[in-house]
Each structure stands twice: as structure tokens, then as C-alpha cells.
Design a protein around this ligand. Structure first.
Ligand SMILES: *Cc1c(COP(=O)(O)O)cnc(C)c1O
Length: 380
């Protein structure tokens, strides 16, 4: 019996709420860009790069036009290409693997830890071959991967570590920002990310000036000066409008992340009494920024039906693991090859999560979720 008193849709994400208070500042910044029509790269992009490097506790930041491009360029900077293998996870957005494939290398998928849902380090050593060049962990949902053991393994086997931090701007591991822990960290500023542009954007951070320089060159046709092409590059540049907007938003990121963490703690507390549900777990050395709040539920179809009925938006991140995607069928990895990843894909659901979410909305989400699961306990 559902009450119809409060039947307002609860969005999965509310970007309008985030932009509203910033609009006067954003409009002024956009006016300034149009006033001088410096639309691509330039001082606004450089200013954001300095600010973002500092935020990530790293020495260099090079912006690009997407997180996918950031991953792609990180691999190119490290000369990873045909014949090489990169160890990563299948429990991720496909861009992680695509970047590896796009430079001509081969992703070697390992399974994830069922509790943290990030790379299961105990499987990495067995995946290392003569061809392995790098380990590419993903800080999925904002939860840092176990970087200390990953870095130790990488050091022992002389491998690079590239962090996919596209969902984890500001997350911490042992008090250090993710992205600055490995050799190169990759970020996305896709609109819905914790720090999002009003369009596409991405960045790499690194403490190595040579890699930063190489990425800077490839980003802009291999040309340190106009029409002086030192190497063969491409166009991966960021717009000045995006950089201006990102610079306005960056000072708010820690407050937004703190709000996400508070909402996550609230969800976890409210869900404590719901039988059969698994909520996110943060190991004590990590501080997640909850890009997504993902739970595992029995009878997911029932939960989805109830959410749809009650106007609660949700997501599934991700319904089909990378190794089972048609695009990766050529690798011949069958169902059953990564059991934890596959079980997650079948049971996860992402609840509404954004800084402006209210406690009242969270209570509604949990009420509907608990109701749906209580129904199925009767054996429906
Ligand atoms: C968003 C995302 C990417 C890709 O970023 P884009 O900016 O969309 O290209 C890569 N990896 C992960 C884990 C992501 O969530």
C-alpha cells in the first residue's frame, strides 16, 4: 500500500540545482570569453591546469577534451602500444579498456574485490607476463583502489601505474589525493562527474615533467609553437569556456564531496535494517567521494519496478561488464571468467546521489527500496 502524499520525482542527479547559485559568476566568465574570443586553450585553460594540479597535490596538469582522451594520452606518453599488455578491471566504464585498445595494446582483466568493488590485488601478480607494461586501477564510484599494494607490485615488476580517477576527483588514499599516487592520473569532467564541465572535458596529472610535456604536445598537433610540428600529434584540446566554468566550480568541490559523503553515511545508516542489502564499504585508509552510491540487492527487478512506480530515478553502473561486451567478444572471455564482476553487474543499483540531495528524499528512496524487498520476502 503506497502513500500518494509525496509523489514527486526524485532525480538521480540534479545539475540544475548545482548551477543555479553559480550562474551569475558563470555568465560573467562567459561574457569575458566572448569579449576576447579566446575560445581554445590559452590563459583560462592554463589557470585551471595550475589550480587543478594544486588541488590534486600533483606538479603538472594537462587538460584534454575528455576522460577517455586523458587515458589514451597517458598510455601514449608511456609509449605503451602494440604488443603490450595493461592489467585493468572489467568492472568499469568501457573507456578504461578502450583507451588501452586504441593505442594497440591489450587489456588484461582481473576481477574486483566483492566488498570495495575495486581491483583485487591478489589477482594481479598471476596476470603479469613478459608483455605487461602497466597496471591501470579504477577508483570506481569515487572509492580509491588499493594503491599501496598496487604500487608495490608495480615497483617489483617494473610496471607503470595509471590511475583512472574519472569518478574520483578529490578522493583520498592514506591522506593523499588520488591521481597523484601513480605515475599518471586521469580525470573526466563529463557534466555529471563530481567536477563536471558544461560539456566535455578531461585532464591528466603527473609529477613527471617529460610526460606532461609529451601529453601537452600530442594534445595540440605535436607543436610547441604554431606550425612547428615536432612530433605527430592530434587535437585533444580543451575549450576556454569549459576551463572558465571548471575554475569557478573547483573551489566548491570539497564542499560538494563532503555533502556526498554525508548523504552516503545517511543512506548506509537508513539501509542498515534492510535485509539482504549490501552497502558500500570504505577501508579506513581511503576516503571515497561517492560519485555514485551503489548497493547490491536481491530481486533487483522488483526494486526497479518500485522505483519506476514511485518516480525514483536510478542507474546501473554497469549492467554488462566490459569483457562481456560485444566490442570485446574477440578476446573470447566467456561468462564465468570474472565471477565477482559478473555477480555485481547482476545485482547492483545506483541510488540518487548528488550534493543537493535532501535527507527527506533519501528517506523516500529507502522507504520504497525496503518496501520492494519486503514484498519479495514472501517468495514472489
Ligand atoms: C567517465 C569515465 C571515463 C571517461 O570519461 P569521458 O570524459 O566520458 O571520456 C573513463 N573512466 C571512467 C571510470 C569513467 O567513469
Amino acid at each position: 500500500m503506497s502513500t500518494r502524499l509525496d509523489h514527486q520525482t526524485i532525480p538521480f542527479l540534479d545539475l540544475k540545482a548545482q548551477y543555479q547559485p553559480l550562474m551569475p559568476e558563470i555568465r560573467a566568465a562567459m561574457e569575458a570569453v566572448f569579449a576576447d574570443t579566446g575560445f581554445v586553450l590559452g590563459p583560462r585553460v592554463e589557470a585551471f591546469e595550475l589550480a587543478f594540479a594544486r588541488y590534486c597535490q600533483s606538479s603538472h596538469c594537462v587538460t584534454v577534451h575528455s576522460g577517455t582522451a586523458a587515458l589514451h594520452l597517458a598510455l601514449l606518453a608511456l609509449d605503451i602500444g602494440p604488443g603490450d599488455e595493461v592489467i585493468t578491471v572489467s568492472n568499469t566504464f568501457i573507456a578504461t579498456a578502450e583507451a588501452i585498445s586504441f593505442v594497440g595494446a591489450t587489456p588484461r582483466f582481473v576481477d574486483v574485490d566483492p566488498v570495495t568493488r575495486t581491483m583485487d590485488v591478489s589477482q594481479v601478480e598471476a596476470a603479469i607476463t613478459q608483455r605487461t607494461r602497466a597496471i591501470l586501477p579504477v577508483h570506481l564510484y569515487g572509492q580509491p583502489a588499493p594503491m599501496a599494494p598496487i604500487l608495490a607490485l608495480a615497483k617489483a615488476h617494473n610496471l607503470y601505474v595509471i590511475e583512472d580517477a574519472c569518478q574520483a576527483h578529490g578522493a583520498m588514499y592514506h591522506g593523499k589525493r588520488v591521481g597523484s599516487l601513480g605515475d599518471i592520473g586521469c580525470f573526466s569532467f563529463y557534466p555529471g562527474k563530481n567536477l563536471g564541465a558544461a560539456g566535455e572535458g578531461g585532464a591528466i596529472v603527473t609529477s613527471n615533467p617529460e610526460w606532461a610535456e609529451k601529453i601537452r604536445l600530442i594534445r595540440d598537433h605535436g607543436a610547441p609553437q604554431k606550425y612547428q610540428h615536432r612530433i605527430i600529434g592530434h587535437n585533444f584540446r580543451l575549450d576556454a569556456l569549459q576551463a572558465a566554468i571548471l575554475s569557478i566550480k573547483l573551489p566548491h568541490l570539497d564542499v560538494w564531496n563532503a555533502a556526498r559523503r554525508s548523504h552516503a553515511a545517511n543512506y548506509t545508516r537508513l539501509l542498515q535494517t534492510v535485509p539482504g542489502i549490501k552497502t558500500p564499504v570504505e577501508p579506513e585508509e581511503t576516503q571515497s567521494v561517492y560519485h555514485l552510491y551503489v548497493v547490491q540487492v536481491p530481486h533487483r527487478a522488483r526494486v526497479i519496478e518500485a522505483f519506476q512506480q514511485h518516480g525514483i530515478q536510478y542507474g546501473i553502473h554497469y549492467p554488462v561488464p566490459v569483457h562481456l561486451q560485444e566490442a570485446y567478444s574477440f578476446m573470447g572471455l566467456l561468462k564465468g571468467s570474472l565471477p565477482v564482476t559478473e555477480a555485481l553487474a547482476d545485482g547492483i543499483i545506483s541510488l540518487p546521489m548528488y550534493p543537493e540531495l535532501t535527507h527527506h528524499q533519501q528517506e523516500r528512496v529507502v522507504e520504497v527500496l525496503a518496501g520492494a524487498l519486503a514484498q519479495t520476502n514472501g517468495g514472489v
